[in-house]
Design a binder for this molecule. Structure first.
Ligand code: ADP
Ligand code: MG
Length: 247
């Protein structure tokens, strides 16, 4: 069990507000880690910090280290675009480009100077359990797909770049239960090849797919451990209250 990604002494301020307070967590290679906790506790901020999305927010003040295979990727000389190729992101609301299904996959590949032939597109769509449904419609605008298909397309777009880590911010919260289960099956399948961090509000989802669960509260990690332990024997009253729906 190797730590793929480690966060050390991470603090993030937006103006006067300290949104993350000295976070120290690690994400193990080929595991799925769930980030849970009440709205506003900093889950998305932590997730976004893992691929330096805060470079895009001029008002964010960050300190700490983020080690990917032991190398600090917050270091100035490391290019953010390279990090975002190695650490992909899937958002809550599927956000395909207003282009064809095919171009949704090739766009990022071209930007990153990666091979972008038909074989690569097919492989990514297969990996995201979408190929059979779309193989005859590759020129169709991606926005015509169903919500669940759009989200699988966004996952295909992420895996096409051959990332090592995939971050997902509530990827199922806009989806119906059947599409949600399909995506869960897909995420579980991906973990053999990637390290996955998923923010979820769905406690059943965390229990179904996550190896490890991290409970956050007011910008801090309150408790973390194997998912079964967090849900069956939470050590902290706040964790217990949260997973039992008391806030
Ligand atoms: P969660 O995903 O757990 O709901 P967030 O990480 O989105 O929480 O937000 C944590 C806190 O940081 C919230 O209080 C939110 O208002 C604040 N916040 C997030 N992004 C920004 C920003 N760009 N500027 C100012 N405050 C922000
Ligand atoms: Mg959020």
């Amino acid at each position: 069990m190797k730590n793929k990604l480690s966060v050390e002494n991470l603090r993030i301020n937006f103006g006067q507000k300290e949104v993350l307070k000295n976070i120290n967590v690690s994400f193990v290679e080929h595991e799925i880690t769930a980030l849970i906790g009440p709205s506003g506790c900093g889950k998305s901020t932590l997730l976004r910090s893992l691929n330096r999305m805060h470079d895009l927010s001029p008002d964010a003040k960050i300190s700490g280290r983020l080690l990917l295979d032991g190398t600090d990727i917050y270091a100035k000389e490391v290019q953010a675009t390279k990090i975002r190729q190695r650490i992909g992101m899937v958002f809550q609301k599927a956000n395909p480009f207003a282009k064809s299904i095919y171009e949704n996959i090739t766009y990022g590949l071209k930007i990153n100077n990666l091979p972008h032939g038909k074989d690569v597109v097919e492989k990514a769509l297969r990996e995201a359990f979408l190929w059979e449904e779309v193989k005859n419609d590759l020129k169709m605008p991606a926005t015509r797909l169903s919500g669940g298909q759009q989200q699988r397309l966004c996952i295909a777009r992420a895996v096409a770049l051959r990332p090592e880590v995939i971050l997902m911010d509530e990827p199922c919260s806009a989806l119906d239960p059947v599409s949600t289960l399909k995506i869960e099956e897909l995420i579980s399948d991906l973990k053999d090849r990637y390290t996955i961090v998923i923010v979820t509000h769905n406690m059943q989802q965390a229990q179904r797919i996550a190896d490890k669960t991290i409970f956050m509260y007011l910008g801090e990690v309150k408790e973390e451990g194997p998912t079964q332990q967090i849900f069956q024997q939470p050590q902290h009253e706040l964790t217990s209250n949260y997973i039992n729906g008391q806030f």
